[in-house]
Design a protein around this ligand. Structure first.
Ligand code: 4GX
Length: 251
């Protein structure tokens, strides 16, 4: 996979994109990642990339001539999708990460300042993604979030044991609890089922814990999670317990 990033701050990418999984993906030639400085496409003496907004109101706006030139140069004759990171985009999630992991090339555009001349969107952007409903200083951290989530979905990036198919969200559920040694820590033990060696019972327990945690933290996810009939039954038990808890607290 090839990813090109257009940014005013390419240095922001150097450490995060060269550690851990990202390093592994690049080292194994699974990922080719290139950053391009938008400022290099400003043709005037002072390399100006932004200007004041028409109509006033303060703040600065990225210039369309500079940004469109940068995008067109990086895109060349390729068919790569051009994706803008911004709070106006559709909210990024696991499904989007899987979808992008199947592309062989895409381009991420990181804005800074208050925004972007609208004509950049009209002329050069295919798609707009937000990583959540809050405001960042620039699109760089959002781009790195997207790259990380996408690249770990590519087969061969994670080892077989920690495959992305075992992640939270891969099966529509949150992950249940994990434990390692010591068997007792500050008075807290490990659930017996995990030390008993009964493999099938343990697998069922783990599924149930995932369902329980999803019910507690993100119940709306359960609407589309693929559950077996007996898992639906387990969920109904949880719902009944919650209703009873609720009633008790009202007494
Ligand atoms: N998820 N921001 C982008 C500047 C900007 C504004 C408009 C282009 C168009 C964000 C987010 C985010 C702040 C990045 C504003 N660039 N990006 N930036 N949430 O908040 O992705």
């Amino acid at each position: 996979m090839r990813i090109d990033v257009l940014t005013l701050f390419p240095d922001m990418f150097t450490v995060p994109m060269n550690e851990s999984m990202m390093w592994k993906a690049r080292d194994r030639h699974i990922l080719e990642l290139y950053t391009h400085n938008i400022r290099d496409y400003a043709l005037d003496k002072h390399h100006v990339v932004d200007d004041t907004p028409y109509g006033g109101g303060g703040g600065m706006v990225l210039k369309p001539d500079v940004v469109v030139r940068a995008i067109e140069d990086v895109k060349g004759v390729s068919k790569a999708r051009v994706i803008l990171l911004s709070p106006q985009g559709s909210v990024f999630n696991h499904a989007k990460a899987v979808e992008l992991s199947q592309q062989d090339h895409f381009i991420l555009v990181c804005g800074h300042y208050e925004g972007f001349d609208e004509r950049i969107r009209q002329l050069a952007i295919d798609e707009e993604i937000s990583i959540g409903d809050y405001v960042l200083t620039g699109g760089e951290l959002a781009a790195m979030v997207v790259i990380d989530a996408v690249v770990r979905q590519i087969p061969g990036v994670l080892g077989a044991e920690g495959g992305a198919d075992r992640d939270s969200h891969a099966d529509g559920l949150l992950e249940g609890p994990h434990y390692t040694r010591p068997a007792e820590f500050r008075g807290l033990g490990v659930p017996e089922i995990l030390t008993g060696g009964h493999h099938e019972a343990m697998t069922q327990w783990r599924r149930e814990q995932a369902i329980r945690r999803t019910w507690q933290q993100r119940p709306e996810l359960l609407r589309s999670a693929p559950l077996t009939e007996s898992e639906r039954y387990f969920l109904a038990t949880l719902a009944r317990e919650s209703a009873e808890d609720c009633q008790e607290r009202m007494m």
